[in-house]
Design a binder for this molecule. Structure first.
Ligand code: SAM
Length: 615
């Protein structure tokens, strides 16, 4: 367990010290992260050579490395450097999954990595995307190099069991086993075993007896080989029998064969983020749109806001919302039509003021991201997007077709189809229970240019250049083509008056336009991301759940059908995260979220939950 009497929602910093020659050391463990003289050479021998790299990834379309102990990221960069020099093909991907309990601040990582000028531009690339200080899973992607980093932050006893991936190689790199026994505890090895691909290779610097015994007991073959420098020996670990797959009740498993083409239904922000993600992975992408062009329906507002939702409690759902937000920010940053902004969040009711106070007292995100403001909290580095510009750029390279998926009989068994059609999914899969909610916003063009800025309090108001946009209403939808209404406009005007009377004044003379759209919402307000089950068969297979039984079975799925929707009013936040999740699942990559998070957004959850309630 991580020590510290009071656990805060931010992961603890390491107790860092620097030796005279600039070597980073952890006082808590009384050990160094690496030797400044020979750290890189040692990494290359113990982990890269120890795992048979680069030979082991030759000819592979994807290769996954797991690591216990991310530290400064040196091992990751050394693997990346080797990948650059020996990438098996222009479309091959290296996925690096690492675990860290005491994340370094970016400045400390920069200081540590400055010891390795021979790594060229790689430390800079990592430092530009240095993970935020937050518990949970963060994914960084470097599409131009075919590299992803998935960092699980938190105590290893919590993060390792909740991770979902299969590794081709593992680097075991805790501090010395005598000083950091939690990272070498024998309870970890069955979990590592469960996360091994056929033919896995594992490297580590230690030959400690209890580590060797633990690994052997978990089924690994352990061999001592010649070590590095003062360490005479190190271990190379292999596995004869890959683990048997576990039951998959939520339909999270990857298909046996990774596709080279996907079809996406819907060209709004959900479809566009999926398209970009799959295009970057090198797949052919076809996008089917029923309307008269991209970003016309719910994603068609002239401006959109991407801001975090921070809950007062540290639940799986709270982490998932943070993970999705951080992914969205990373994904959109630097793209056309994307502008950084602060968002002043004002509490609308007392309950919200209490929540904000709790969040500020024990924030789940580092203080570069939020601070207390006189009348609420200030979210820093949030985004205002211009959906039309953004969506068009994301779809660049996809084949756009006009059309509609009328029935599930139209599915092509060879081309996975992802339904990203918002409320449109309701007609094909009524059991999802998607509820349409009408949302209206008001737009004004004023004479004064303003930098990006935003105020939120249930409703929100955005300024960008001469555009001012505010809303949105959240009303029941009767199924008809959405039309703006005077009643909704009145509601929005009243909301603007409360948000900021000055703004209300400044748009008084400007001509207004209104826009209404339908947003698809789910009963639990979480999105639907994942494989689509065959509802009738799933109810049969899992019938025992109604009687309180645990059913160890795979979810029966509709072959080749996936869903990305039910985003409610958070479409721009969920969409990039959903892209990574579905790319991960379809292509057999590591999941960019924890198992409980994937379950919480899986379509299958709806059926299991209904059965548990006896329905
Ligand atoms: N691979 C790293 C690199 O390239 O810089 C060096 C890793 S360092 C030897 C060991 C790492 O394990 C430290 O970053 C430490 O914070 C982490 N660690 C130690 N105990 C942990 C625990 N209980 N849970 C998660 N991480 C832990």
């Amino acid at each position: 367990m991580l020590d510290g009497a009071k656990m805060s929602r931010l992961p603890p910093r390491p107790d860092l010290d620097w030796t005279d020659d600039g070597t980073p050391e952890d006082r808590r463990a009384g050990d160094i992260y690496f030797s400044r003289q020979s750290g890189l050479e040692e990494t290359r021998l113990v982990f890269l050579k120890g795992c048979g790299l680069p030979e082991r990834w030759a000819g592979k379309a994807r290769f996954t490395i797991g690591e216990l102990g991310f530290g400064t990221g040196l091992n990751f960069l050394a693997a990346w450097e080797l990948w650059r020099a020996n990438r098996p093909g222009p479309e091959a991907w290296l996925h690096f999954v690492s675990f860290e309990g005491f994340p370094l601040d970016r400045e400390d990582a920069a200081r540590a990595l400055s010891a390795w000028p021979e790594l060229g531009d790689l430390p800079g690339k990592l430092l530009d995307r240095w993970p935020e200080r937050a518990l949970g899973v963060q994914r960084q992607v470097w599409p131009e190099e075919g590299v992803t980093l998935t960092l699980h932050t938190g105590d290893i006893m919590e993060t390792l069991p909740s991770s979902r991936f299969l590794a081709d190689a593992w680097f075991l790199d805790g501090f010395s086993p005598a000083k950091n026994p939690e990272m070498w505890d024998k309870s970890l090895w069955p979990m590592v075993h469960q996360r091994c691909m056929d033919g896995v290779s594992i490297g580590t610097f230690t030959v400690a007896g209890f580590v060797r015994r633990g690994l052997s007991e978990a089924g690994f073959n352990v061999a001592k080989v010649e070590g590095f420098g003062r360490k005479r020996e190190r271990l190379e670990v292999r596995l004869e029998d890959p683990p048997a797959p576990e039951a998959d009740p939520y339909g999270l498993r990857s298909p046996a064969r990774a596709p080279d083409k996907v079809r996406i239904v819907g060209a709004g922000i959900a479809g566009a983020c999926l398209a970009r993600t799959f295009l970057e992975r090198g797949l052919e992408v076809e996008v089917l749109e029923a309307g008269d062009g991209p970003a016309r329906e719910a994603s068609g507002n002239p401006l959109g806001l991407v801001m975090p939702r921070l809950d007062a409690g540290d639940t799986a759902q709270a982490r998932l919302l943070i993970g999705a937000y951080l992914r969205a920010r990373q994904f959109y940053s630097g793209r056309p039509g994307v502008h950084e902004t602060d968002v002043l969040q004002r509490p609308k009711v007392d309950r919200e003021a209490e929540r904000i106070a709790k969040v500020l007292a024990d924030p789940p995100l580092g203080l570069e991201n939020l601070e207390a403001a006189a009348s609420g909290q200030l979210h820093k580095r949030a985004l205002i997007v211009e959906p039309a510009v953004l969506v068009e750029s994301l779809l660049d390279g996809a084949v756009l077709r006009t059309g509609r998926l009328f029935t599930l009989e139209d599915l092509d068994p060879d081309v996975p189809t992802i339904l990203a059609a918002g409320q449109g999914a309701d007609a094909l899969l009524p059991w999802l229970g998607l509820a349409g909610r009408l949302g209206q916003v008001e737009l004004a063009e004023v004479g004064v240019e303003a930098p990006a800025s935003a105020i939120a309090s249930g409703h929100y108001a955005l300024a960008l250049g001469k555009k001012r946009l505010w809303g949105a209403t959240f009303e029941a939808w009767d199924g008809r083509v959405p039309e703006p209404s005077d009643a909704a406009r009145e509601q929005n005007m009243a909301a603007l008056e409360t948000l900021d009377p000055y703004w209300r004044q400044s748009v008084k003379a400007a001509p207004l336009t209104s826009r209404a759209g339908v947003r698809a919402t789910t009963a639990d307000r979480l999105p639907l991301i994942g494989a689509v089950p065959d509802e009738v068969r799933a109810r049969e297979v899992f019938d025992g759940v109604r009687h309180g039984k645990t059913v160890e079975a795979d979810a029966p799925l509709i072959d080749g059908l996936y869903l990305a929707g039910g985003y409610g009013s958070r479409g721009f936040t969920w969409a990039p995260w959903a892209g990574e999740i579905l790319a991960g699942q379809l292509l057999g990559e590591p999941a960019p979220a924890s198992g409980p998070e994937l379950e919480a957004v899986s379509p299958m959850r709806l059926i299991l939950r209904a059965l548990k309630r006896g329905g």
